[in-house]
Design a protein around this ligand. Structure first.
Ligand code: HEM
Length: 397
């Protein structure tokens, strides 16, 4: 059964719950903390240091010898299993090389016309005749659910299951039991598919994963399952946040949206600026392996070290007028996708999906505008950021 806006599944998409808090503006606090540089707190006898400046975040995320990613396993292993997010050094390089196989740019490019663009049209078909929509629930969520489901070969009848798992894994901190149950269901669902593709690869995404080979090594069963589960929080939920953010950024900056409508070569800049301005993932966690120092602050071995990506992306030392959404600013790299050896493997796909979403929306709904009469659409969240809603009106078609 395909999802509809009235589905109970959709009612659970509360960005306040999903983003771990109703925090509207973390950025003024971030700006104060950038003035300090490195800030620390004690959590259950463990000292956690937070880096707010761009240069410090870059230093930490590039140096995996000093700052281990294994801490990600402590947080995620119970429900994701072992994933590359928690690995360091050569083992990480080897596993990442194998998992990167289906993401080769030549392969991803073929998804654009065959899968991503038709899916954007299909989702818009669901509300185009109505003349109004709420784009967070009806578009930003639905679109990556369907892209991932199709990518992984999930039949149309099971799309809702992918959305269900994504929501249960998202709400893990609220309902641990459902999160763990969802993790088991993902495993049970994909076990026969993985076995079938091993026996007879057919060139699809899962076949690419099971047949990937690097220096004579293949991915283990456990790592394939871990990766498919990781795609839910790492790929589905992040892309959903980016698409919602991009839509609201455009609609609240209509002059920039008009510029993009007139000149589609500006789409990548609009996407990238949305990533910088409202980074969907706000933190990257590490643990110090040895006694070390960042920005003159001593960090003892064993301390947690959190890179605040959303703050680094608004560091005035790197981006002028950083709180402004401005698609004309000089293009500079940012850390919305992280940095260093763990930099996001799906960055290209996420940018592609968001760009296609914007292009198709502008084509299909030429006079789309924000319709915020009774609502107050805004961004919320602490660990993650996304809009509360994006209500729009347009001429039905
Ligand atoms: C807007 C969308 C996305 C954002 C903001 C995002 C953000 C991030 C960040 C910040 C990291 C680094 C975490 C760290 O260093 O601890 C990361 C890693 C990762 N992302 Fe994404 N991501 C997005 C989309 C995707 C997509 C679409 C996929 C897959 C299809 C994906 C797969 C991964 C994987 C596998 C890793 C782990 C890489 C490694 O550990 O070597 N992400 N992502």
């Amino acid at each position: 059964m395909a999802m509809s806006p009235d589905s109970p599944l959709i009612d659970e998409l509360d960005p306040v719950v999903q983003n771990y808090g109703d925090l509207r503006d973390p950025y003024s606090g971030y700006a104060e903390n950038r003035g300090v540089g490195i800030v620390h707190e004690d959590h259950l006898n463990v000292r956690v240091f937070r880096a707010y400046r761009y240069a410090d975040v870059e230093q930490i995320l590039r140096d995996e010898k000093t700052f281990s990613a294994a801490i990600n396993g402590e947080l995620m292993r119970p429900f994701l299993g072992e994933t590359i997010l928690e690995m360091d050094g050569p083992r990480h390089q080897q596993a990442r090389g194998l998992i990167a196989h289906p993401f080769r740019p030549t392969v991803v490019k073929t998804w654009e016309e065959n899968l991503i663009r038709p899916t954007a049209h299909e989702v818009i078909d669901g509300f185009a005749a109505r003349g109004s929509a709420e784009l967070v629930r009806e578009f930003a969520w639905q679109f990556p659910v369907r892209v991932f489901a199709k990518l992984l070969g999930i039949p149309l009848t099971d799309y809702e299951a992918w959305g269900r798992w994504a929501i249960d894994l998202e709400r893990l901190s609220m309902d641990w039991g459902r999160g763990v149950a969802a993790a088991h269901e993902v495993r049970d669902y994909f076990a026969p598919i993985i076995a079938a593709r091993r026996a007879e690869p057919n060139g699809d995404f899962v076949s690419e994963l099971v047949t990937a080979e690097l220096q004579g090594e293949r991915l283990t069963e456990g790592l394939i399952h871990g990766f498919i589960r990781l795609l839910i929080p790492a790929g589905q939920s992040t892309t959903y946040r980016l698409v919602g953010t991009l839509m609201l950024a455009m609609l609240t900056h209509p002059e920039q949206m008009e510029a993009v409508r007139a000149d589609r070569s500006l789409v990548p800049a609009a996407v990238d600026e949305a990533l910088r301005w409202e980074a969907p993932v706000q933190f990257a966690a590490r643990r110090a392996n040895v006694d070390t120092e960042v920005a003159g602050v001593a960090i003892p071995a064993g301390s947690g070290v959190t890179s605040v990506l959303g703050s680094a992306n608004r560091d005035e030392a790197r981006f002028s007028d950083p709180d402004r959404y401005d698609i004309t600013r000089p293009r500079q790299s940012h850390v919305a996708f992280g940095e260093g050896p763990h930099m996001c493997l799906g960055a290209h796909l996420a940018r592609l999906e968001a760009g296609v979403a914007l292009n198709v929306l502008l084509d299909r709904l030429p006079d789309v505008r924000l319709d915020a009469r009774d609502t107050d659409p805004h961004w919320v969240g602490w660990a993650f950021r996304s809009p509360t809603s994006v209500p729009v009106a347009f001429t039905p078609n």
